[in-house]
Design a binder for this molecule. Structure first.
Ligand code: ADP
Ligand code: SF4
Ligand code: MG
Length: 344
């Protein structure tokens, strides 16, 4: 098997304040292999963004933010790198496409100037070459009249076009890894589909790996080769996308799926997971999911012992679950029943 491009090992991130300590990421292990799309899914606040921001060295390095573990890019630990080295890696080796483009686009600079900046850091191009490349990138991501758009300010762009511009910036230097953090959440449904197409094409063109962060399992089913499910700062299940959808082995994954519309099938009514994700300043002891889990049924082990992520079976390489009782979960037909139990 080929070596992973990115290997995250025992990554922990704590936000400290005088009042409390929030463990946003509680020891994540994650590999991303060349060419693959990994979907990272979980409810809001489960630590998806913080995991990938920490991996890119984009969290502030202050006493109030404690990051530990290893983030190996082709074997080199990004967490040990100096800011200058990291800046060189960002954009060239890995690029982030954020949820809200306006947090990253500078409103007072023309889009073309921002593209030129993204290119300039890593490539020696004359002004003329940079302009030509900038226009080409805008054309690649499907922005009409790219010559005209190149010289406009971001406020002249629609939301969908801004997100396209961010994708253009992300792929400007052919990075090996693209991280897209909820890239379509702020957009309406028709634009969402277009943006995902653009992202898919951009990925194919650059042969980049894609880490796609989303709370949308439907998007994962469409895009991902492999799925990582996060809950309360930890990975609770991971595996090949078909396996995860056909044979989920964690009650939380089952719950996420049961809350997905399934083509109007009445045998599988929509059932939300009861309760809310925990406050990360006070994660419940034992299994963090136990207060919401139908399978826990008052079992002491669930409230006492933290389940570790382990292989589901020797035959199912790469499928892992962090549930003490995953053997009791069989097939997707059980989704709605289990979910209804969880809801009642
Ligand atoms: N800058 C920050 N300062 C303090 N706490 C933060 C900060 N960013 C994130 N957190 C904490 O980390 C948790 C996980 O955040 P995040 O990774 O953004 O969740 P997700 O992307 O899964 O919705 C949040 O619920 C919050 O408690
Ligand atoms: S360990 Fe217990 S509480 Fe946690 S997911 Fe499994 S059954 Fe539910
Ligand atoms: Mg997020």
């Amino acid at each position: 098997m080929t070596d992973p491009l990115l290997s995250i090992r025992n990554l922990k991130v704590e936000f400290r304040s005088r009042m409390s300590t929030v463990q946003a990421v509680g020891g994540v292990d994650l590999d991303i292999y060349p060419g693959e799309t990994v979907g990272i899914v979980g409810e809001s606040g489960s630590g998806k963004s913080v995991t990938m921001l920490a991996a890119m060295g984009l969290l502030p390095r202050t006493a109030r933010v404690a990051v530990s573990g290893q983030v190996l890019l082709r074997g080199q630990d990004l967490l040990q790198m100096r800011p200058r080295q990291l800046r060189q890696i960002r954009g060239r080796d890995m690029a982030l496409i954020p949820q809200d483009p306006m947090t990253c686009l500078d409103p007072v600079l023309r889009v073309g100037v921002q593209l030129r900046e993204a290119l300039r850091v890593h490539q020696r191009l004359t002004r003329k070459q940079a302009r030509a490349r900038g226009i080409e990138l805008l054309r690649t991501v499907g922005i009409p009249e790219p010559e005209k758009r190149h010289d406009q300010f971001p406020h002249a762009y629609s939301g969908g076009m801004r997100q396209r511009a961010m994708i253009a910036m992300g792929i400007a230097n052919d990075p090996a890894l693209l991280i897209a953090d909820e890239p379509t959440t702020a957009l309406d449904v028709t634009v969402q589909a277009q943006i995902m197409d653009v992202l898919r094409q951009a990925q194919q063109q650059t042969q980049a790996c894609l880490a796609l962060i989303t709370h949308d399992l439907g998007l994962i089913a469409e895009m991902a080769d492999r799925v990582v499910v996060m809950y309360a700062g930890c990975i609770v299940e991971s595996g090949d996308v078909h396996t995860i959808f056909k044979r989920p082995r964690h009650p939380y994954t089952v719950g996420l799926m049961a809350s997905l519309p399934q083509g109007g099938d009445e045998r599988h009514p929509l059932v939300p997971i009861p309760g809310n994700p925990p406050d990360l300043g006070a994660i419940p002891g034992g299994c963090p999911f136990h207060p919401r889990c139908a399978l826990a049924q008052g079992r002491e082990r669930c409230s006492n012992e933290l389940p570790l992520l382990r292989d589901v079976s020797a035959a199912d390489a790469g499928h892992r679950s962090a549930c003490h009782y995953f053997e009791e979960i069989h097939g997707s037909g059980q989704w709605s029943r289990l979910a209804q139990e969880q809801a009642s």
